[in-house]
Write a protein that binds this ligand. Structure first.
Ligand code: SAM
Length: 277
C-alpha cells in the first residue's frame, strides 16, 4: 500500500472535508475492515468511496470482483496507479446515490464495503437495504456516534436504528482512533457490520406502511407518541391514542423507547384501520 498522503501530495490533490475525505493509512485497519466483511474468493464487492484505492487493493486480493464507486474524479490518476495490478477492479466515477446498483452488480450475491461521509450514511443504508436485490452484508466505517446509533436499543432508538434493524442485524466490529486517518477527522470511528436478513424480522403488511408509521412517530422530536402519530398520520389525537392502546402501547411513550415488534404492532393496527375505512 502506498501512503495516501504521499499519493495525494504527488498528484496535487487536497482532501475535501465536504466529501468526508479522511483516508485510512494504517494497513492493519484496512485488514480489519476486510476481515469484518468475511469475504469468500467467489464474492463480488461493491466498494463505496474507494478514495486512493488503499482498501480496494486489500479487497481485490480477497475476492473475484470489486466494483468501486467514487464521486471525486480528481482521484482517478491515483487509482489508475494504485489499482493497475488488479484486473478484477472496475472503478465507476459517480455519486453512489445516483448509480443504478442493480445494473452495476447484476444478479449475483454481493457484499458492500464502504468508508463513507457520515452525512450520507443514512441515505446509503436506506438505498441499499430497500433494493429488491439487497447486499448479503454491509460493512460500514463511520463515525463512532453513527455506528452507535445504528446498533441502539429501545430507549435510544432513532429512524436510523429502526431502519437498519428492520432489514439487518447490526453490530460494531471494531473502533478506530482518529490517528489511523489522514487527515485526522475530529471524531473517532467504528466499523459496523450489518448482516442483511432474507426478510424483515418483524411481521408487517408491507415496508412502506411500516416506515410511514415509524417516520410519523419520529417526526416530532421529544413529543409523546400520541401527538407525533396524530400529526404524522393526519388523525385526531384521540384516534391516535386508541390506535396505540389497541397495539398495547402507552400513548404517552416517546418514539425512542419503542422496540421493532412494538412498531410492527402499531403498523398492523394502523393498516387494518385504514383497510376497514
Ligand atoms: N476508502 C478510502 C479510505 O478508506 O481511505 C476513502 C474513504 S473517505 C472517508 C470517503 C470517500 O468517499 C472519499 O474518497 C470521497 O470522495 C468518497 N465519496 C464521498 N461522497 C461520495 C458519494 N456520494 N458517492 C461516492 N463516493 C463518495
Amino acid at each position: 500500500m502506498t501512503n495516501p498522503k504521499a499519493l495525494l501530495d504527488h498528484f496535487g490533490v487536497i482532501p475535501k472535508k465536504s466529501l468526508g475525505q479522511n483516508f485510512l493509512h494504517d494497513p492493519q485497519a484496512l485488514e480489519k475492515i476486510a476481515d469484518a466483511a468475511e469475504l469468500m474468493p467467489e464474492d463480488t464487492v461493491l466498494e463505496i468511496g474507494p478514495g486512493t484505492g488503499a482498501l480496494t487493493e486489500v479487497l481485490a486480493k480477497r475476492v473475484q470482483r470489486v466494483i468501486a464507486v467514487e464521486l471525486d474524479r480528481r482521484l482517478e490518476p491515483i487509482m489508475r496507479l494504485t489499482l493497475a495490478p488488479y484486473g478484477n477492479v472496475e472503478v465507476v466515477f459517480d455519486d453512489i446515490l445516483n448509480v443504478n446498483i442493480p445494473e452495476l452488480i447484476g444478479d449475483q450475491p454481493y457484499v458492500v464495503v464502504a468508508n463513507v461521509p457520515y452525512y450520507i450514511t443514512s441515505a446509503i443504508l436506506r438505498l441499499l437495504l430497500e433494493l429488491p436485490h439487497a447486499p448479503r452484508r454491509i460493512v460500514l466505517t463511520v463515525q463512532l456516534e453513527v455506528a452507535e446509533r445504528i446498533i441502539a436499543k429501545p430507549g435510544a432508538m432513532s429512524l436510523l436504528s429502526v431502519s437498519a434493524q428492520f432489514y439487518a442485524k447490526p453490530k460494531i466490529v471494531t473502533r478506530f482512533n482518529k490517528a489511523v486517518f489522514y487527515p485526522r477527522p475530529d471524531v473517532d470511528s467504528a466499523v459496523a457490520r450489518l448482516d442483511v436478513y432474507d426478510r424483515p424480522q418483524v411481521d408487517v403488511p408491507n415496508a412502506d406502511v411500516f416506515f410511514r408509521v415509524v417516520k410519523a412517530g419520529f417526526g416530532q422530536k421529544r413529543k409523546q407518541l400520541k401527538n407525533a402519530i396524530a400529526e404524522g398520520l393526519h388523525m385526531e389525537h384521540d384516534e391516535a391514542a386508541i390506535l396505540l392502546e389497541a397495539a398495547g402501547i402507552d400513548p404517552k411513550r416517546r418514539a425512542e423507547t419503542l422496540s421493532l415488534p412494538e412498531w410492527a404492532a402499531i403498523t398492523r393496527h394502523y393498516h387494518a384501520s385504514v383497510q376497514s375505512t
